[in-house]
Design a protein around this ligand. Structure first.
Ligand code: PA5
Length: 475
């Protein structure tokens, strides 16, 4: 795709927050006065992000990923070409920030039944992301792949995550048993110097590896080799993805709320959180965007769910992300959104032009309840339902806003990711918390180490073993 300025403009995302305001929601909405009263907070958050962008020591290296990876991107494209030639299966082993990005991009930009297509209709090998240690899932993956024909991309920044390393042990063992050289079947994405994958690579005689730099945390890593290699293997235009991110970055330069989509989204959520909107629903009206919600849920929850401010004051902040899919969840959760507690903000992701409008044929002419659908397209139907749900929520006094993607492609997905990343960074700054740590995740990881007898965790193991259930509460 040749990106002229005109094309960029026609593919630019926009945010419509009319349905958040008191103009449409009365006393259930946010007034201009309230927005004005938080202008200083927004300005400071904007300045914090602008001043600290690119700083690895503050985990803000992700802001530069759209600009500083030319060499690495060319290397990834070459590696992806080799993988496509050599392998029939590509399996990502990773979890959390090392898996949700690849899943999202795969679902958004590839055929929705990609693995079921014949090889001639797929741009790359069959693709799987294994982000759990359910033994059944592992066994059943092995039923459908042939390890001799598989490339495993082991993604772990720490190289110490039990789930990913367990998977690695299993596949290394299987490859050896099949008489294969493990090194020929794995690509590592990990820290530059630290971590077990670095040691394993040395033991295996130098595995092809990509680096996840210090300043890029897992949940901000989709635009690093974590997300770019799997995407390139699938034939996704990763240069265009990065251009989309850079485009959004440019759109978010201003400290003016009217000119910075990420800043206004962050402020609306921040005001919401202050006013008891403890739940943030993300509801894409597109199956391709379904897993954006999973990726966003981690980004938003892990970044903002904190119990201490930057100055060390206790706090318990954050907003629970809820994943919904339009129109599917209209027939499930929307009843609650419309009539339940006023504790949610619903963010719709709308699409202007679907890859396929799919015409609805005429038929059942003697049944008007059905025949009125004929002659329309499924695109019209899904868009009408999206509009109708936003209208119904607004009528019921429920705060909602819409982010519209003109199309779903690399350029627009890159914009969306960067919009959400910046929004999260701004919101964290508004809440005055450390957006980029995750002590709550680390605590669970350490307790697992202790339970499974990792050296150095004996004390914690004792404590866990003694934490017996109380019979009084067992039914
Ligand atoms: O966002 C995060 O930091 C986490 O979700 C991690 O990505 C996840 O725990 C996996 O960690 P690692 O990449 O070290 O295996």
């Amino acid at each position: 795709m040749r990106l002229t300025e005109e094309l960029k403009k026609s593919l630019t995302l926009h945010v419509d927050y009319t349905n958040m305001t008191d103009k449409y929601l009365g006393d259930k909405g946010i007034s201009q006065k309230e927005i004005e009263s938080h202008k200083k907070t927004a300005k400071e958050a904007h300045a914090y992000v602008a001043q600290n962008r690119g700083k690895d020591e503050l985990f803000m290296g992700w802001t530069e990923l759209p600009y500083n990876q030319d060499e690495i991107v060319n290397d990834i494209i070459q590696t992806a070409k080799n993988v496509r030639k050599k392998f029939e299966y590509f399996v990502v082993l990773g979890i959390g920030g090392s898996a949700l990005g690849p899943i999202m991009a795969f679902n958004a930009l590839c055929h929705l039944h990609y693995n079921d297509l014949p090889r001639s209709k797929r741009k790359g090998p069959k693709f799987y992301v294994e982000d759990n240690v359910d033994p059944v899932r592992m066994k059943e993956l092995l039923d459908v792949i042939d390890v001799k024909k598989t490339c495993f991309n082991v993604i772990s920044k720490s190289g110490a995550t039990s789930e990913t390393m367990t998977q690695y042990l299993i596949i290394a063992d299987l490859l050896k048993a099949a008489g294969e050289n493990v090194k020929d079947h794995v690509i590592f994405t990990t820290d530059a110097k630290r971590g077990n994958l670095v040691k394993i690579s040395a033991e295996l005689g130098g595995v092809k590896s990509y680096v996840l730099t210090d300043g890029v945390g897992g949940r901000f890593s989709q635009l690093s080799p974590v997300g770019l290699l799997p995407a390139a293997v699938l034939g996704i235009d990763i240069k265009l993805l990065l251009k989309g991110a850079a485009h959004m970055d440019k759109l978010c330069k201003s400290a003016d709320l009217k000119k910075n989509p990420a800043l206004i989204c962050a402020l609306l959520q921040f005001i919401g959180m202050k006013n008891g909107k403890n739940i943030g629903v993300l509801m894409p009206y597109s199956d391709n965007l379904k897993y954006v919600s999973d990726w966003y849920a981690q980004l938003w929850a892990e970044s903002l769910g904190k119990n201490v401010t930057l100055s060390g004051k206790p706090c318990n902040v954050g907003q629970t992300p809820v994943k919904a899919l339009g129109v599917t969840d209209q027939h499930s959760q929307v009843q609650l959104y419309t009539e339940g507690p006023y504790d949610k903000i619903v963010t719709f992701l709308s699409v202007e032009r679907y890859k396929e409008p799919f015409p609805i044929p005429h038929g059942c002419e003697d049944i008007p309840d059905v025949s009125f659908l004929g002659g329309h397209t499924m695109e019209e139907l899904i868009q009408a339902e999206n509009k109708a749900t936003a209208y119904a929520l607004t009528k019921a006094g429920r705060q909602n806003y819409t982010i519209t993607l003109p199309e779903v492609n690399e350029f627009t997905l890159g914009q969306l990711l960067f919009l959400f990343e910046l929004q999260t960074a701004y919101a964290g700054a508004m809440l005055n918390i450390d957006t980029f740590n995750q002590p709550g995740v680390e605590a669970g990881k350490k307790a697992t180490f202790a339970l499974l007898g990792k050296p150095g965790y004996a004390e914690q193991k004792k404590e866990l073993d003694n934490a017996a259930s109380d019979a009084e509460y067992i039914v």
